[in-house]
Design a protein. Structure first.
Lengths: 262, 139
């Protein structure tokens, strides 16, 4: 009898857990999700532009896919160890901690310039971005919610993005990143203190998306790093399913090579 | 099956111009040379983010090595005429490869000569342009 009651209690607890909302973006009780019709229907100013479309990074001068640090950059001692190790690996013809090659997510900001197109869908309450590269998912909340309480925020590779309109510019503030396996450039780690501000504009009659990045990470480097990247609309493209699967790397000689410095 | 190797030195920088439809860096590959191998298709994988070609190639010890050859994605291959059926298991082919520096079987796919003599290459993505790129000071 006693065992039966314990079993019943355990099942009850399991049912409660199973019914719990497992959303990773916590909102106060009673708030509306970004896709709730009542949230979408709330009156809001008309946005200055619509990002909905497929975008591909590249083209033009000073628009490389790397987020290279600025001249005179200064790393923290901890980050400098990684950077020095990457320099050493490169001098030896090796590759330092190519975590993307081991199927770790690229993470923001690198995922934005991965040379695979990004599908963006803009709604009044949120902008959804899916990179074809590993189908990396990103959502920018536009419904006025604040960042999640840091005590419960779940770190991720793309972070938590909150956007707002400033005149003709979309300003996106992103934080809550994972503390490791996340690189800004070779040997330059992004930490859980990484903070990214993107200022987005459409130019060239809406055919070019320009993003000015400001990267700060007091655990990895000193000061703000600013850089500007550009994407073009690719209206003839759709994105497909792209996954890093266990059998992929078995057939990729380069990811199996001993010249990878783990 | 006879394996023969011809080393061809290519202009340094040729491949750095390729776009990076890649998910990783090119560790371990000698990108300054190519080798030509003859073998039998074990598997031709048509998929994202990379296709690959596994070739069974006779070695000098009298046994068979499997060379995994890393290719780009179908998005780059289709415009060149590639199909999922371009290669099938059992096909006898000749392939041009950028090999491992240490001599292990395997490398980056450059081109293949099909059983009917047609040569199929790839472009727009040496499959191993850096994903985690080299240190910034040496770009």
């Amino acid at each position: 009898m006693r065992i039966g009651m314990r079993l019943a209690a355990a099942i009850t607890v399991m049912n409660v857990l199973a019914a719990t909302d497992l959303s990773a973006q916590f909102q106060p009780a009673g708030s509306l999700g970004a896709l709730a019709p009542a949230n979408l229907a709330k009156p809001r100013p008309k946005p200055p532009f619509d990002l909905t479309g497929t975008w591909l990074h590249g083209g033009g001068a000073n628009n490389g896919f790397r987020f290279s640090p600025p001249e005179g950059f200064k790393l923290t001692p901890e980050a400098q160890k990684h950077y020095d190790a990457a320099q050493k690996a490169q001098a030896e013809g090796k590759v330092y901690r190519d975590d993307i090659g081991q199927c770790w997510p690229a993470g923001l900001p690198v995922i934005m310039t991965r040379v695979w197109p990004i599908a963006m869908i803009q709604l009044p309450t949120a902008i959804y971005m899916v990179s074809e590269f590993m189908n990396s998912f990103r959502v920018v909340y536009m419904d006025g919610r604040p960042h999640t309480d840091p005590d419960i925020a779940v770190p991720s590779f793309n972070g938590e993005s909150i956007g707002r309109w400033e005149g003709d510019t979309l300003v996106i503030d992103t934080k809550y990143f994972v503390p490791d396996h996340h690189w800004i450039d070779s040997g330059i780690p992004g930490s859980d203190a990484l903070h990214i501000v993107e200022r987005m504009k459409l130019t060239n009659q809406g055919q070019t998306l320009e993003i000015e990045y400001t990267l700060t990470d007091p655990k990895s480097w000193v000061g703000d790093w600013k850089m500007t990247k550009r994407w073009r609309r690719v209206d003839d493209r759709d994105i497909a399913e792209v996954s890093c699967l266990p059998d992929l790397n078995q057939h990729m000689p380069t990811t199996q090579s001993k010249d990878n410095v783990r | 099956m006879k394996r023969f190797v011809t080393a061809t030195f290519l202009m340094i920088g040729l491949f750095s111009a390729f776009a990076a439809y890649a998910h990783h860096a090119a560790a371990g590959i000698d990108r300054s040379k190519t080798v030509t191998i003859e073998g039998t298709v074990k598997q031709f994988k048509w998929g994202n983010p990379h296709s690959w070609l596994d070739l069974e190639v006779a070695n000098q010890k009298g046994s068979v090595d499997v060379w995994s050859l890393e290719m780009t994605s179908p998005a780059f291959l289709v415009p060149l005429g590639w199909k999922a059926t371009t290669l099938k298991a059992g096909d006898k082919v000749k392939a041009v490869v950028q090999p491992f520096k240490n001599g292990d079987p395997g490398g980056l796919f450059i081109s293949v000569t099909l059983p009917d003599g047609k040569v199929m290459g790839q472009r727009g993505g040496a499959p191993a342009a850096p994903a985690t790129p080299p240190p910034a000071s040496t770009k």
